[in-house]
Design a protein around this ligand. Structure first.
Ligand code: BDR
Ligand code: CA
Length: 315
């Protein structure tokens, strides 16, 4: 079993990602760490606990993390996850308290206790991980790697037509805390960035039959997803918006789901017009090879991904 920490900002798609990670027999979910992103950390931390309580998995600790991006105020979310941040599922308030440790400290401790074994799945802004690396630089040697829903790399039209941050070029998770993303990208940690190119493709949509099977399932998590899809539909969004973050979990379970390339990427932290843009240098000549070289999702097998997701939700 692969040991993972899910660092997230639930968020309806983060919530479904938690369900997948908690239910996968291939993953050992050591902790869920919450960060401010889609909502303030008080909300995202409560939402993560609500999901784990729905699953009966209160054995998995949930730690609250960074309340703000590293150096700038949190922007308002232009993409609505609903009044409760969970596609208006309105789950009961959690009864389990958050972990006593801060998210940054739990990441550092779990990496130390399991050297070389822990992969961090980042499905929110990278503030917690960037702060953990800043506090304990040895983390870059101790973690196995990072799989993130992060950026957009211009590999297809979805990279920019589905931009989620508040500029024409940015992706929400990087846009919220570009300095944190820059720290993680430049840290030397093995980083797989699954950007909007692969995570927001219009083929990431369920069949009618899959949606019916969620509605008919006795499992509360299946009905949770059904409601999130209904909510997204009601505000004019495609169903993929409910499962963007799930691709990080899917890739952790089965890396053959996504074809990747290697490339040098810089994170824009200054320009108002392109703040948070992840710039992939693909030039043959004069390429900026000093930029960090990371692994980038280029193409996904959407039908296998959706089959895995459905199987885990209904299991
Ligand atoms: C990201 O933006 C958030 O709204 C989603 O949860 C996802 O992590 C996609 O850009
Ligand atoms: Ca998210």
């Amino acid at each position: 079993m692969k040991k993972v920490i899910l660092d997230c900002d639930p968020g309806m798609d983060d919530s479904v990602a938690i369900i997948m990670a908690a239910k996968s027999p291939d993953l050992e979910l050591l902790a869920v760490t919450a960060v401010s992103g889609n909502y303030p950390v008080s909300v995202t931390c409560a939402n993560a606990r609500k999901v784990l309580e729905m699953l009966g998995r209160t054995d998995i600790p949930v730690a609250g993390g960074m309340a703000h991006p590293m150096v700038r105020p949190a922007p308002p979310d232009p993409f609505s996850h609903g009044r409760d941040g969970q596609g208006e599922n309105f789950l009961p308030d959690p009864v389990t308290p958050p972990a006593a440790e801060h998210a940054v400290d739990i990441i550092i401790r779990l990496a130390r206790e399991n050297p070389g074994e822990v992969t961090v799945l980042c499905t929110g802004p990278m503030s917690n991980l960037a702060m953990a690396i800043t506090k304990a630089p040895e983390l870059t040697e101790q973690l196995a790697g990072v799989i993130a829903i992060s950026g957009a790399f211009g590999l297809n039209r979805y990279a920019f037509t589905n931009a989620t941050g508040d500029t024409p070029q940015s992706e929400w998770n990087v846009y919220v805390d570009p300095e944190a993303a820059k720290i993680v990208y430049e840290s030397g940690l093995p980083l797989v960035a699954l950007g909007l190119d692969v995570a927001t493709h219009f083929d990431v949509n369920f069949s009618e039959q899959q949606i019916r099977s969620f509605a008919d399932s006795p499992r509360p998590e299946a009905r949770f997803l059904r409601q999130a899809i209904r909510y997204a539909d009601g505000i004019g969004f495609e169903a993929y918006t409910t499962i963007i973050d799930c691709m990080a979990v899917g890739y952790a379970i089965d890396p053959t789901l996504v074809e990747t390339i290697q490339g040098h990427v810089g994170v824009e932290t200054e320009s108002r017009l392109t703040l948070g843009m992840t710039v992939l240098d693909r030039r043959h000549h004069h390429a900026w090879t000093h930029l960090p070289r990371i692994t980038i999702g280029a193409k996904a097998d959407y039908s296998r991904f959706l089959a895995l997701l459905s199987e885990l939700i209904l299991r």
